[in-house]
Design a protein around this ligand. Structure first.
Ligand SMILES: *Cc1c(COP(=O)(O)O)cnc(C)c1O
Length: 418
């Protein structure tokens, strides 16, 4: 493509228009929307054209911001499978449960969607150095995409970030810093370094393009559901870009006339009871969230006490008729293990929170058992070694001399002969 269909950027807080073909970050510290000439997109591509394209997120090229194809930085990300989960569904008493499995994406999480777009746009604008505060997976993703683009990456993460996230970022050549604080403290360091270091701040919603990458989850969900969106979507919410992006996708698809039914899913923004600022604001009927006192959760991607896009998350949830909910932190391991055991899906702790929220919502009568329900599995369980290695189920040790008691083994008991 020679030119994208982007017309301008728009401040989410007050609608101020900003030119798109120069580097923009935020407006008054709040996020920007990327706006397109959707009439022109509709003339350039029909939804039926998509079927012949590559199975990655670039199949929605006309709805993406990159001007020149040569600036695209990609690992072939996107088009993650929408898996039926009949065994888990039956266990929970649900007849149409699906998992959109983002654990299969490059770097093992859906963060690759956002970084594919943000790094491609950074390349388009000639950026040589990027920096990010991260709860984990975004650091690994930015390091990988920056390496592929030949850029420098600086990654700031809290000291208790999962080990795999530290190593994957460092392995891809990023400078990694462990910060004695929370992700917001890391964010303050990135901001402070912007001038002296001359880097682009890739924080969630502090540049407009990660959101466009995450939007593709909504586009794929529509295409994979044959242009009839499901009834309910459960999404684990940290900074909220995924949820906000999906809602934006549904709006653009509606404007394009690509949806066969006007019906949009009720969005469930799911958080852990250990860190639930969005769910709290929802309960209080407010549009802006306040930071919890001592945020703690095994679901490291949800350890986000302050989200700059809080009002965008809450607006989308309310407009959809959905809810923002907190599931019990104590249930994370159990839900994770249940889903992995029944379906073999590599469910991350963040998505386990969604399963807990789903069970609660069904019990409360907010979600009906026969609705079409989609849970987003935003990352791979393998990235959370610290969560897996405690209370690991059913791992036995055997001696090499063959003294295995097969009878006891068959009965599910410890198998070393005594
Ligand atoms: C970052 C992350 C989240 C939270 O995503 P947002 O779009 O920032 O709300 C959820 N799950 C995983 C695995 C993550 O890495």
């Amino acid at each position: 493509m020679e030119h994208s269909f982007v017309t301008h950027l728009e401040a989410a807080i007050d609608g101020t228009r900003l030119p798109a073909r120069q580097l923009q970050t935020t407006h008054d510290g709040r996020p920007l929307w990327v706006r397109y000439d959707l009439d022109a997109v509709g003339r350039a591509v029909a939804r039926a054209d998509l079927a012949a394209r590559e199975p990655d997120l670039w199949r929605y090229r006309e709805l993406l911001p990159v001007d020149r194809d040569e600036d695209v930085v990609s690992f072939g990300e996107g088009m993650s499978p929408l898996l039926a989960a009949p065994r888990l569904g039956a266990h929970l008493g649900l007849s149409h449960l699906f998992v959109k499995d983002e654990s299969q994406l490059p770097t093992g999480s859906f963060k690759s969607r956002g970084m594919a777009m943000a790094v491609s746009m950074a390349k388009q604008f000639g950026v040589r150095r990027v920096a990010i505060p991260t709860a984990g997976n975004a650091g690994g993703a930015v390091a990988a995409y920056a390496a592929r683009a030949g850029m420098e990456a600086y990654v700031f993460m809290p000291v208790d970030t999962p080990a795999v996230n530290r190593y994957e970022a460092a392995l891809c050549g990023a400078r990694v810093f462990l910060v004695d604080g929370l992700i917001n403290d890391c964010g303050a360091l990135v901001k402070a370094g912007s001038e002296p270091m001359g880097w682009l701040d890739m924080s969630t919603l502090k540049e407009p393009y990660r959101l466009e990458g995450k939007k593709t989850m909504g586009l794929e969900l529509a295409e994979q559901s044959h242009w009839e969106l499901p009834d309910v979507v459960l999404y684990p919410t940290g900074g909220g870009t995924g949820l906000i992006g999906m809602w934006k996708a549904f709006e653009e698809l509606t404007a394009l006339g690509w949806l066969d039914s006007p019906h949009r899913p009720r969005l469930y923004s799911c958080q852990s009871s250990g860190c639930a600022p969005i769910a709290d604001a929802f309960d209080r009927g407010e549009r802006f969230a306040s930071a919890p006192e001592q945020p703690h959760t095994l679901a490291s991607g949800l350890r986000v006490p302050v989200a700059v896009g809080d009002f965008m998350i809450l607006d989308a949830v309310r407009a959809s008729g959905g809810r923002a909910v907190a599931a019990a932190e104590e249930g994370i391991r159990e839900w994770m293990e249940l889903a992995c055991r029944l379906e073999g899906i590599s469910l991350c702790p963040e998505a386990a929170v969604c399963i807990g929220a789903l069970v609660d919502a069904v019990e409360a009568g907010h979600i009906a058992r026969d609705e079409r329900i989609v849970v987003f599995n935003t990352g791979a369980a393998q990235k959370y070694v610290e969560v897996l290695e405690t209370e690991l189920p059913r791992i036995d040790s055997l001696l090499v001399d063959g003294r295995v008691d097969w009878e006891r083994l068959a009965a599910g008991e410890p198998a070393v002969a005594s």
